[in-house]
Design a protein around this ligand. Structure first.
Ligand SMILES: [Zn+2]
Length: 67
């Protein structure tokens, strides 16, 4: 079995364990409305992606009043 020849220092151990830290996701601004959005995702604010309307805005339907 391959084994380490020498014990690694606590500093080296810490450097190895520091690799999991991930960077913050990059944020682009929507060309349609200017709101911040994630790249390669539909804009949550206006529902546009690549100049096309993907998600039409939700239109609240008024409940019919019963007479
Ligand atoms: Zn937008």
């Amino acid at each position: 079995m391959p084994n380490p020849k020498k014990r690694h220092s606590t500093s080296r151990q810490g450097m190895r364990r520091a690799n999991w830290k991930i960077s913050l996701p990059s944020i682009n601004s929507c060309p349609q409305c200017g709101q911040p959005k994630l790249p390669h995702r539909i804009c949550i604010n206006c529902g546009f992606y690549n100049g096309e309307l993907i998600l039409p805005k939700k239109v609240k339907t008024k409940p019919k009043t019963e007479e």
